[in-house]
Design a protein around this ligand. Structure first.
Ligand SMILES: Cc1cc2nc3c(=O)[nH]c(=O)nc-3n(C[C@H](O)[C@H](O)[C@H](O)COP(=O)(O)O)c2cc1C
Length: 405
């Protein structure tokens, strides 16, 4: 498995149309977010947008000419008809921010500037990111225009709720550039997992000792979150059952929050219905306190001789009888005898695949952006991975599941 950086938009051309809303100031950051994922970005600015963000800033970031007018001035004349060549070369046309004015003109099929003409001429997917004052957004004219555009198959990323630059509070904020770039990746990704329902467990569990203290482990949920994102991008319907984590999951997933191993078991049992694939990426506690102390255990004793523990409920062992035709993937975190331990776990738990991670070293396991270990399948195939980004590893795991499914 290679160690190239993950660039889901490599080789893709995104035509970014910027219209004249206050959120146009975020356009350079959108360019950065797209470029950092490997995209070539061509920018078109309306006349109004150029009041908010300069072509020079965008040109410096993209390293490419910025398009501002339908009819180039004499000395800039090229042999290309720009709205057609931009429309043709786009893998996706992104309008961000999209003003109320632009939505109205698009809804009526107008083509009187470079943005509207390009959107009309393209066969690529179009993603609109409306952003405006809440009253403009909620106006029946804007609602009707958005409904028309949605019915025609244009994609719309809803604005967010919050304080608006105009002083009002409500729906109208442009989503953050990273959120917009994530949507672009989803819309340009092959939907090879469409129709598949995947349940993924993630993060650590926390086992309470008393109202103040608990036992947990070093899992941050990074590997599981990478799987959640990759599966969503490829069109799967994903539910995450997550222990307490600090990270955010991909916006398209349904998240069920749990705390302890027994809560996770209950959620997995409930969530299995209709699921095709179960990926158990959570680091579930092996031992839990025998008894929860309702009152805080007081400090002051010279020593505390014992904290009594009992084994936690074994989630995979409990749900094994419910497996049926479902594909089960487990994870194993080991410091020693990685392959032997993982093979034994795969057999004992009746798994179709196991991802064995080396833990306790730099660049692998908990909290790390990369992972090292071995992927083992019940059909006998195996693949070693060394310091592979978790985002890349997630796609490899999903490729294998898809191949075996
Ligand atoms: C300071 C200022 C901020 C504006 N912000 C927005 C906005 O956030 N959203 C919007 O739809 N229109 C906004 N407008 C109005 C648009 O700039 C105006 O409708 C313009 O004609 C849009 O042109 P365009 O769609 O061709 O870019 C704003 C205008 C000004 C002066």
């Amino acid at each position: 498995m290679g160690d190239a950086p993950y660039a889901p938009l490599a080789g893709r051309t995104i035509v970014l149309c910027i219209t004249g809303g206050i959120a146009a100031y975020k356009a350079p950051l959108i360019v950065r977010s797209l470029a950092s994922r490997g995209a070539h970005v061509d920018c078109i600015l309306t006349e109004a947008a150029a009041q908010f963000v300069t072509p020079l800033s965008l040109q410096s970031l993209t390293g490419r000419p910025i398009y501002t007018r339908m009819f180039p001035v004499e000395h800039q004349r090229s042999y290309e008809i720009e709205h057609i060549s931009l429309a043709d070369k786009a893998d996706l046309v992104l309008v961000a921010p999209a003003t109320a004015n632009c939505l109205a003109r698009l809804a009526h099929g107008m083509a009187d500037d470079l943005v509207t003409a390009t959107v009309l001429a393209t066969k690529a997917p179009v993603l609109l990111c409306p952003s405006m004052n809440v009253n403009m957004y909620e106006h029946p004219a804007t609602r009707a225009n958005l409904a028309t555009l949605r019915n025609r198959g244009l994609e719309i990323l809803e604005p967010e709720q919050g304080f608006l630059a105009c002083g009002w509070e409500g729906k109208g904020r442009l989503p953050e550039p990273e959120r917009i770039a994530a949507e672009v990746v989803r819309l340009t990704s092959p939907q090879d997992l469409a129709g598949l329902k995947i349940l993924i467990t993630c993060g650590p569990t926390c086992e309470d000792i008393d109202p103040v203290r608990f036992i947990t482990n070093r899992s941050t949920g990074k590997m599981g979150a990478a799987l959640v994102e990759a599966a969503c991008l490829r069109g799967a319907e994903v539910t995450v059952i997550s222990g307490p984590v600090a990270l955010k999951y991909a916006p398209w997933a349904r998240v069920v929050d749990v705390r302890s191993a027994s809560e996770m078991l209950a959620a997995v049992k409930e969530g299995l219905d209709g699921v095709d694939v179960l990926i158990m990426a959570a680091a579930v506690a092996d031992y839990v306190p025998k008894e929860y102390q309702r009152r805080k255990i007081k400090k002051g004793r010279s020593e505390m001789s014992a904290l009594e523990l009992r084994p936690s409920p074994d989630i995979l062992a409990t749900i094994k009888p419910l497996k049926d035709k479902r594909f089960f993937v487990g994870f194993a975190a080991e410091t020693d005898d990685l392959k032997e331990n993982a093979l034994e776990k795969m057999k004992r738990k009746g798994l179709d695949m196991i991802v064995a991670n080396r833990v306790g070293e730099e660049g692998s396991g908990f909290a790390s952006a990369t992972n090292s270990g071995i992927l083992l399948s019940a059909d006998g195939t195996q693949e070693v991975f060394e310091h592979v980004e978790k985002t890349m590893l997630a796609h490899t795991i999903l490729d294998k599941i898809r191949g075996a499914w």
